[in-house]
Design a protein around this ligand. Structure first.
Ligand code: F6P
Length: 341
């Protein structure tokens, strides 16, 4: 069998572990050939690929990023690709494509699959917002980075009697903010799933100061937003890939709190540091298992599906189920975190 593999969308710790696992299972377990497309779907459309042998994936398990490169693809180019996907597979000589990516990539994979290309998807995103899988790899690493940041910010905040507003990633789902906020013991957590009122944060900080705790750390997801009329905040514009550009809630909120409290409040934007660097052991294992199961699914002809974690098992779920709705933080998970506003 000739297997094509690509990584698309925003990168994520664990991508290389999947690529390595696919190559190992395919070559050693089945005697297959694996080719890697460069820079996501762009490389697929432009025929830019290279052979992946055991040497090509040696030493990449612990490496962040992706050895294949990644990119986002405009919808118009994707539609073109769908129209000629069967010819594309024939020209490239692949029997199956294993795209590794988030919601956008899985949607594109479904379109290609519907158009006749044999596809087995592997979900990835630090945001953990893909439906039909309990977890995506990359999330554990991102939560670890954000938790360490909160731990570190607490000591400096306390020394200077400051309020620190740490902004973490999470466009539509606040999983990173929720779990790093809980793990780091943040005094406030703001998520995209529930509009917050800055007055509640002001009250919380004032109560802390009255109790002699003269600092606070608030963890806010980039997609969090204030309740209508509670604070001046304009939403960002939409970029060419259909994503909302964020308007900097961390910075705006820190300014608002400083003004209302009359105390120093500083924003800290963690940004891409959450996506870089080596994956945790948990993410390496999950990524490796996904890669192994993707190759097995390819050999069974289980196309149009993606690998998913259900409890402790890996199963295959239809791509259609994965892309219909994002997995957002449910009410009961928010209720468990006392500091969610
Ligand atoms: O989807 C993953 C993610 O890391 C989001 O949390 C974040 O908003 C986005 O990617 C950033 O993407 P880019 O690197 O293209 O700015």
């Amino acid at each position: 069998m000739r297997i094509g593999v690509l990584t698309a969308g925003g990168d994520c710790p664990g991508l290389n572990a999947v690529i390595r696992s696919v190559v190992h299972r395919a070559l050693v377990g089945h005697g297959d050939e694996v080719i890697g497309f460069e820079d996501g779907f762009k490389g697929l459309l432009e025929g830019r690929h290279r052979k992946l042998d055991l040497d090509a994936v040696s030493g990449i398990l612990a490496r962040g990023g992706t050895i294949l490169g990644s990119s986002r693809l405009e919808r118009a180019r994707l539609r073109e690709a769908c129209e000629s996907s069967k010819e594309l597979a024939r020209d490239l000589g692949i029997d199956v494509l294993i795209p590794i990516g988030g919601e956008g990539t899985l949607t594109a994979s479904k379109m290609l699959s519907d158009a006749g290309l044999p596809v087995v998807g592997v979900p990835k995103t630090i945001d953990n917002d893909i439906s039909s899988t309990d977890r995506t790899f990359g999330f554990d690493t991102a939560v670890g980075v954000a938790t360490e940041a909160i731990d570190r910010l607490k000591t400096t905040a306390e020394s200077h009697q400051r309020v620190m507003v740490v902004e973490v990633m999470g466009r539509h789902a606040g999983w990173i903010a929720l779990e790093s906020g809980m793990a780091g013991g943040a005094h406030g957590i703001c998520l995209p799933e529930r509009a917050f009122d800055p007055a509640d944060l002001v009250k919380m900080v004032e109560e802390r100061f009255a109790r002699g705790k003269k600092f606070a750390v608030i963890c806010v997801a980039e997609g969090a937003h204030p309740a209508e009329g509670s604070m001046d905040y304009a939403k960002g514009a939409i970029d060419q890939f259909g994503h909302e550009r964020f308007a900097g809630i961390g910075t705006k909120l820190a300014g608002e709190l400083e003004r209302r409290l009359g105390k120093e409040a500083r924003p800290v934007i963690l940004g891409h540091v959450q996506r870089g660097g080596t994956p945790t052991a948990y993410d390496r294992v999950l990524a490796t298992r996904f890669g192994w199961h993707a190759v097995e699914a390819a050999h069974r002809g289980d196309f149009g599906k993606m690998t998913a974690l259900k409890g402790t098992d890996i199963t295959m779920v239809p791509l259609a189920d994965a892309v219909t709705e994002l997995k957002r933080v449910p009410e009961n998970r928010m209720n468990e975190a006392e500091s969610v506003f």
